[in-house]
Design a protein around this ligand. Structure first.
Ligand SMILES: Nc1ncnc2c1ncn2[C@@H]1O[C@H](COP(=O)(O)OP(=O)(O)OP(=O)(O)O)[C@@H](O)[C@H]1O
Length: 276
């Protein structure tokens, strides 16, 4: 029951200030159906603050957020009903089992009130190697297992918009691969995905469009190709484009100096007096 709107998500001049500090400063963007949008930026750029506003955890200082055409500030329940949110840190109810947690989450969304677990939950638990753990208390889960349980709780509900803050942090390579493939499949089926990441590889592999955020403002936006043209980056590596657009290109010089430095710490160069 989304409102009629071309965009699944629309931010209009979104701003969040803490005192006189503008953590998010006039961010505008749109996310279409079935699109994967990547939010990149250095530490403290304002990514999590933006995502928390989209998830309804923080009120904006000014600006508008539309989700499925509904205004997040005026109709938060309607917006939340169609949004799956995966936070960067997996805080969970320790004294519930994984299975109980999934049933609890399922009960929060419109249904017949019988707390049924969507059938897909079994598939995701199996995919994430959590089937054997589903009746264990969450307090015994590792960080990665908690992250995968939250992912299961969001994916099983099949909402049209998924918002993810740093999806791969704490996941082993196999789980990270599975998550990437699941996001691709969901997007092909029409789910819109907004994700923040520090991983250039994820941004390049998954995202249809990318916004680079610096000091709360969008510095550049477009496909990887468009950003490449914008940064005039000869190598075309997203990392170089990112460094150039965030004004950190001199970092390359630092890295080069570290690699070739006189102490050879990074290069593993032979030390004076060491074995020949
Ligand atoms: N509750 C708060 N009170 C004051 N300042 C805050 C608050 N929350 C965030 N900030 C500040 O807002 C800025 C943006 O923080 P945010 O967590 O959104 O950055 P980020 O881009 O997600 O960074 P990272 O990549 O390190 O996770 C930071 O300078 C942070 O210190």
């Amino acid at each position: 029951m989304t409102a009629i709107n071309d965009h699944m998500l629309e931010l209009r001049d979104l701003t969040k200030s803490f005192g006189t500090f503008h953590a998010v400063d006039g961010v505008s963007l749109t996310l279409g159906k079935g699109e994967i949008y990547g939010f990149l930026g250095p530490n403290g750029a304002g990514k999590t603050t933006t995502i928390k506003m989209m998830a309804g955890l923080l009120l904006p200082t000014s600006g508008e957020m539309l989700i499925g055409g509904f205004n997040m500030v005026k109709e938060p329940i309607r917006c939340k009903a169609i949004t799956g949110y995966i936070p960067d840190r997996p805080f969970l109810y320790e004294k519930l089992t994984g299975d109980e947690y999934l049933r609890f989450i399922s009960s929060l969304y419109p249904g017949d009130g019988a707390w049924p677990l969507p059938e897909a939950a079994d598939d995701y638990l199996e995919l994430f190697d959590l089937t054997e753990w589903r009746h264990h208390l969450i307090e015994g889960y590792s960080h990665g297992m908690r992250q995968k349980l939250i992912m299961t709780s969001v994916l099983m509900l099949d909402q049209p918009l998924i918002i993810v803050d740093e999806p791969m942090v704490g996941l082993d390579p196999k789980s990270a691969r599975i998550v990437k493939e699941l996001f691709k499949k969901k997007a092909e089926e029409g789910t819109s995905i907004f994700l923040s990441t520090h991983s250039m590889e994820i941004a390049e592999e998954l995202c249809d469009r990318i916004a680079i955020l610096v000091n709360g403002k969008i510095r550049a936006t477009g496909t990887v190709e468009e950003l490449r043209a914008l940064a005039k980056a000869g190598s075309g590596h997203l990392e170089d484009i990112f460094l150039e657009l965030t004004g950190a290109f001199e970092l390359q010089e630092v890295i080069k100096a570290l690699r070739t430095g006189p102490r050879g710490v990074v290069t593993g160069n032979k030390q004076p007096g060491g074995p020949a």
